[in-house]
Design a protein around this ligand. Structure first.
Ligand code: RP5
Length: 168
């Protein structure tokens, strides 16, 4: 297996079902990736060690997914110079609003590119990671152009179906 370019970190195994689209999209873009569970609160030492080792292993983008008072993305960003994409997971009684704020509202100097809450954000994280990697990978850039074309074609197809239904 070749070296992962994208490292996905989950705060808990309970976050895994939310990232299905992300994994599918990374597979579709043919981007090597790895998934690890590590918690900013429950396993802070492991999280720090993992973040510090990413760059030297050739990883280029990190996607950190966590719910509740989610510090995972920020803590990883504190320990690496790699771009960190944060996905707030809707796993708490506040439905992810807590995670959205704690992931996005980073103090000056340590950015986290924060996605939407939940499944849509998880899928978008894969697309953003692909867009970052595509700056130095023309083949991947071509796959992204195709992806955009498919998105547009999907909307046209929905429009056609709706018009047909309404005229039936
Ligand atoms: C966060 O707390 C995790 O990212 C998860 O979204 C949430 C709940 O974790 P579990 O109690 O299910 O392990 O750290």
């Amino acid at each position: 297996m070749s070296q992962p370019k994208v490292a996905i970190v989950l705060g808990s195994d309970s976050d895994y079902p939310v990232i299905r689209d992300m994994l599918q999209r990374l597979d579709d873009f043919k981007i090597e990736h790895e998934v690890t569970i590590s918690s900013a609160h429950r396993s802070p030492g492991r999280t720090r060690e993992y973040a510090e080792g990413l760059e030297s292993r050739g990883v280029e983008v990190v996607i950190a997914c966590a719910g509740a008072a989610a510090h995972l993305a920020g803590v990883i960003a504190a320990h690496t110079i790699l771009p960190v994409i944060g996905v707030p997971i809707d796993s708490s009684p506040l439905n992810g609003l807590d995670a959205l704020l704690s992931t996005s509202m980073m103090p000056a100097g340590v950015p986290v590119a924060t996605m939407a809450i939940g499944k849509a954000g998880a899928g978008n994280a894969a697309v953003l990671a692909a867009q970052i990697l595509a700056r130095s990978d023309p083949v991947l850039a071509e796959r992204l152009h195709d992806y955009k074309k498919k998105l547009a074609a999907g909307v046209e197809e929905k429009d056609r179906k709706l018009r047909k239904e309404r005229n039936a």
